[in-house]
Design a protein around this ligand. Structure first.
Ligand SMILES: Cc1ncc(COP(=O)(O)O)c(C=O)c1O
Length: 460
């Protein structure tokens, strides 16, 4: 490799062989993407040495910040022992056992007792769906197979999670999806046909779910899966009463409640787990992202003691015919053990709550001055900004509109990476972020919004 020309080699070849998720290959051919080659704390550097504040936190996941030496040491120490050995059947490894204990301690309030590890969020959801179905089968209720979920929900992109997913753009290229999956309305305060009253909306949406379960026959429903705060759908925070109502409905009808905590888990919402915002104990929890803060892929599906008991029948010692080559990967679990030590020691959920409130407050001020910021919402360090052509009609910008691209490009020019999805900007910086860096994000978005507004006025 000619290192002098390494930069141009990298830029020239990206589009040649790489299919990037979530973008047309023609787009990546037109101009090279931002090629990130280094990171420290909340900052990342591109291949040309320009530094940016990472307001996306990798992809909701780099909760402890980039480049932590402690994690590097833990990985090297584990590498010196062994990188990998199968966990199928009767083989295990110390880091995964240690991590299982740590997770069950962190989730003692939810009475989580068992974990099945995997490689990421989509795997964790797939595992949850399968365990939910097998649970009912073990209990002699093999008709309970249906999975209910919410519009705007995101549960990864394997066929199970995608079939539960409630965002049509992810689904359309791959339909028909799996039978037996149904979505009902999400309590989306900014856009719903019923009410501006959060509690009333929570009740209306919960009732809709219950009506649908009863209509289809509760004896056919295995589980409801939902995110404590919908992330990729645009950071949709449910009303306070919604999750408690979900729990009641599931209990009333013998349906399992699966919390997809892949984004909200480990502090991002300002609580260690998102379901605690609502005081609800799920039956199954899906974890990934923050569990290793992006240093190595890992997913985990946690099952409560009550549900795990179904596998304890001495007359039916049934195997769990599910798992992955990399379930309980020793390096990934060693990483998670260290990452979770950092999350607890540095009180990152508390910092997410405090910095998140500042971020939300600052952005709400931007919204109050702006013609195009329709809504700002979030909890902890997950914040969504919805941009509209007209605040009165709430007409959204389309994904191909020049305004959204101008906004993202301007933020980048000003040194902040933000995530733009259709008409929404999503912010999810590392939970280690400081107050001054939060101000930088707010200031950057303020300036970028002003650039877009000026350009719109000039074009009018
Ligand atoms: C709530 C939620 N569930 C599942 C997933 C899928 O995770 P992964 O991309 O690691 O498969 C994501 C990813 O963003 C997510 O936000």
């Amino acid at each position: 490799m000619d290192f002098e020309n390494y930069g141009s080699f990298i830029k020239a070849n990206n589009a040649r062989h790489i299919f990037h998720p979530m973008i047309s290959p023609q787009e990546t051919s037109k101009s090279p993407p931002l090629i990130i080659s280094k990171g420290k704390g909340v900052f990342v550097d591109d291949i040309e040495g320009r530094s940016y504040l990472d307001a996306v936190g990798g992809l909701w996941n780099v909760n402890i910040g980039h480049g932590r030496d402690e994690v590097k040491l833990a990985i090297v120490e584990q590498l010196d022992r062994i990188a990998y050995y199968t966990t199928f059947g009767k083989t295990s490894n110390p880091p995964q056992i240690e991590l299982s204990v740590r997770l069950c301690e962190l989730l003692a309030a939810e009475q989580m007792e068992k974990v099945l590890f995997s490689c990421g969020g989509s795997d964790a959801v797939e595992t949850a769906i399968k365990l939910a179905r097998q649970y009912h089968r073990l209990n002699g209720q093999s008709e309970r197979v249906k999975i209910f979920s919410l519009k705007y929900g995101y549960h990864g992109l394997h066929f199970g999670g995608l079939s539960a997913g409630g965002n049509p753009p992810f689904r359309q290229a791959f339909e028909p999806l799996l039978p037996g999956f149904f979505q009902v309305d999400s309590p989306y305060l900014y856009r719903n046909p019923w009410t501006e009253n959060p509690q009333e909306l929570g009740r209306i949406c919960a009732e809709q779910l219950e009506r649908e379960i009863v209509y289809q026959g509760a004896h056919t429903v295995a589980a409801v899966i939902a995110e404590p705060i919908q992330g990729a759908g645009g950071v949709i925070v449910p009303p306070e009463n919604y999750w408690p109502l979900l729990r009641e409905i599931c209990d009333r009808h013998g349906v399992l409640l699966i919390a997809d905590e892949i984004v909200t888990g480990f502090g991002r919402s300002g609580e260690m787990f998102g379901c605690r915002l609502w005081g609800v104990k799920p039956d199954i929890m899906c974890l990934a992202k923050g569990i290793t803060a992006g240093y190595i892929p890992l997913g985990a599906t946690m099952v409560s003691a009550k549900i795990a008991a179904a596998w304890n029948n001495p007359e039916k010692p049934l195997p769990i015919m599910h798992g992955y080559t990399y379930s309980g990967h020793a390096l990934a679990c060693a990483t998670a053990n260290t990452v979770l030590d950092i999350v607890v020691r540095e009180k990152l959920p508390e910092n997410a709550a405090a910095r998140g409130a500042e971020l939300l407050g600052g952005l709400k001020e931007v919204a109050s001055r702006s013609d195009i910021v329709g809504d700002v919402r979030g909890r902890g360090l997950m914040v969504g900004i919805e941009l509209v052509r007209d605040k009165a009609t709430k007409q959204a910008f389309g994904p191909a509109d020049a305004e959204m691209k101008l906004l993202a490009d301007t933020c980048l020019e000003l040194g902040v990476v933000v995530r733009v999805m259709a008409s929404k900007i999503i912010l999810s910086p590392p939970l280690t972020i400081e107050a001054q860096q939060v101000s930088t994000i707010v200031d950057t978005i303020d300036r970028a919004v002003a650039v877009v507004e000026k350009q719109r006025k000039a074009a009018a």
